[in-house]
Design a protein around this ligand. Structure first.
Ligand code: ZN
Length: 365
């Protein structure tokens, strides 16, 4: 099986994918979370509950914190007022993310990208070789390198089971916006790579399936939101921890119902987003309290700027969830597969792994 994975390819552009090569296409309705959790769910069947995180960082168990030093206090005051200058200081201090100083030690980074170059993953009984980016090249060069390597493996080394991961389209959407000139030229290039790899693979393995998967779509992000929670409610501490990234606010209440209720009341009044319900969290397998006692998601087009990850100056985002059609990714297949392709229904992230397992079983017959 050849899996062509395109990070951030939206369903609303699925007409551009060759209908001759991929006659079966359905929307992939993405789970909440970003690529780090979606990929584990798609390729390994592991939910965010099982992973233990949704947005890369979680509080360390039993966090304690000393009082802020005078330097930290000053930095935290000016952090959002002079974000660019503050980022330079963060760089010098070699801080990951953009946490308030003195707060970052309450958290540990758990998330990592699954589809790393030179890794192998097992789906069912089949070992897949991953061809993906390395850190050295920028996004434009990355995909070219991935294509050349995958083409060589398929054509000259006759590797049968490969996952080829193109990540340039996601990067260019974040940096330049969806349907920008740079976006369209990256899109054209990736579709050309997909065609070439498909042809090379089908030449060697005419009866094996080729799968086209994207993890999510993409929405332009136009409206910044600054919650000013530090001023309103206070900094995260050992009893009450929160953080916000591009479009989620996670709150963990360890021992401070007063502040927790305060934040719930505050968030309920916000028109720019919503608190995820318990039913919804259960359905998407993100209801473990480790992921946050409360998760607040912004509506499409809104984003936190700045946030605890960075300056928040991205032009387009994903993670808004299943109710937003622009966020749908694509699942497409080269072969007929009965009772599966209901274009109206689409497929949820959590069901893709089972779909791949079924394909894999068919091959082994
Ligand atoms: Zn992305």
């Amino acid at each position: 099986m050849l899996i062509l994975f395109i990070d951030g390819y939206p369903y609303y552009l699925s007409d551009l994918i060759s209908g001759e090569k991929f006659p079966y296409k359905i929307p992939h309705i993405p789970n909440y979370g970003y690529s780090v959790t979606l990929h584990y769910e798609i390729f390994q069947g592991i939910s965010p509950n099982e992973l233990g995180y949704l947005g890369e960082w979680i509080p360390i168990g039993n966090p304690t914190r000393n009082a802020f030093t005078p330097f930290q206090k000053v930095m935290n005051k000016i952090r959002f007022r002079f974000p660019f200058a503050s980022r330079v200081i963060y760089k010098i201090l070699r801080r990951q993310g953009f946490f308030p100083l003195g707060v970052n030690q309450l958290f540990v980074r758990k998330g990592s990208y699954l589809l790393m170059e030179n890794r192998e993953i097992i789906i069912g009984r089949t070992k897949f070789k991953i061809v993906s980016f390395d850190e050295i090249h920028d996004y434009i060069k990355r995909d070219e390198k991935v294509f050349r390597k995958a083409f060589d493996l398929i054509k000259n080394h006759r590797i049968e089971n490969i996952i080829v991961a193109f990540t340039g389209l996601d990067s260019v959407s974040h940096k330049r916006g969806v349907l920008s000139e740079a976006y369209l030229s990256e899109l054209e290039k990736i579709l050309y790579f997909v065609d070439r790899l498909y042809d090379a693979y089908k030449k060697n393995y005419p009866n094996k399936p080729v799968v086209f998967i994207s993890d999510h779509g993409m929405s332009d992000a136009e409206t910044p939101v600054n919650l000013r929670l530090e001023e309103r409610i206070g900094y995260p501490d050992h009893s009450f921890v929160y953080l916000y990234d591009s479009l989620y606010l996670y709150v963990w209440n360890f021992n401070n119902n007063f502040k927790y209720n305060m934040i719930i009341n505050f968030l309920k009044k916000m028109k720019c987003g919503k608190i995820l319900t318990q039913d919804e969290r259960q359905f998407f397998r993100i209801d473990s309290p480790r992921l946050g006692d409360l998760i607040f998601v912004l509506n499409e087009g809104y984003y936190f700027r700045p946030n605890y990850f960075g300056l928040g100056n991205e032009k387009a985002l994903h993670g808004y969830g299943h109710t937003v059609h622009n966020q749908y990714g694509v699942l497409a297949l080269s072969e007929a597969k009965e009772n599966f392709f209901d274009e109206k229904k689409g497929i949820y992230t959590k069901d893709i792994y089972r779909f791949l397992l079924n394909l894999e079983k068919i091959q082994w017959k």
